[in-house]
Write a protein that binds this ligand. Structure first.
Ligand code: 5RP
Length: 223
């Protein structure tokens, strides 16, 4: 199966976690797009979604799924999202699609995080995928130096030759060369650096379940 077919498989498999009559938390990315397409087949059974990005909001609305403001919803039963890396404990690196801050917000208001990923995302230790960090632009250079002191190399993410601007009006640094052996401690430390909006390690908001697309079908991993 191709990677795209694996993404379709896990996107469809996630439907069984959707609670009828409820509002569902929806992540961002190419795997989540498959989930949104599948969700449209049962749109009459849900109230709608809280979305983690403008891109997902647009796709949900285009398919007739109502999107609610996160502030209007006290809690969500389930959040479905992809990952760039996931380790054996359900800790993830996210933000390849630059939506990490809103993803962490929606994950935090959800009781269960269901990660959908193809098997290329499963890792022993986080850090091979360049770590996305959303930052306030005036702090970029200092944060880059702080990552250099940890042995990492941070670069400013560009789009069409200019700094990429997130849905929150901020910039993204991608950090290479880190091996994140204690994701909880790493997330806590980097999060309190001045100017860091969100670090793309999801350890405090880790996955409870991962639906992993493999050549032999969907594996359900629980943490
Ligand atoms: C977006 C994310 C995505 O979930 C992550 O990048 C995985 O994306 P894809 O499903 O396209 O591989 O964190 O910010």
């Amino acid at each position: 199966m191709t990677q795209d077919e694996l993404k379709t498989l896990v996107g469809q498999a996630a439907l069984k976690y959707v609670v009828p009559g409820e509002i569902i938390g929806v992540g961002t990315g190419s795997t989540v797009n498959k989930f949104i397409d599948a969700l449209a087949t049962m749109k009459d059974q849900i109230k709608g979604a809280v979305s983690s990005s403008m891109a997902s909001t647009e796709r949900l609305r285009a398919l007739g799924i109502p999107v609610f403001d996160a502030n209007a919803v006290a809690g969500l039963a389930v959040y479905v999202d992809g990952a760039d890396e996931i380790d054996g404990q359900g800790h993830m690196v996210k933000g390849g699609g630059a939506a990490l801050t809103r993803e962490k917000i929606v994950a935090a208001q959800s009781r269960q995080f269901v990660c959908i990923a193809d098997e290329s995302k499963k890792v022993e230790a986080l850090g091979a995928f360049p770590l996305p960090v959303e930052v306030i632009p005036m702090a970029s250079a200092r944060i880059m130096r702080q990552f250099a002191a940890l042995g990492g190399t941070a670069t400013l993410r560009l789009k069409d030759g200019a700094p990429l601007v997130t849905d929150n009006g901020q910039h993204i640094l991608d950090v290479r060369g880190l091996r994140i052996t204690d994701p909880l401690a790493f997330e806590s430390e980097v999060n309190q650096w001045p100017g860091v909006v969100t670090v793309g390690v999801f350890a405090h908001q880790k996955a409870h379940v991962c639906l992993l697309g493999t050549a032999t079908g969907v594996l359900t991993l629980t943490y």
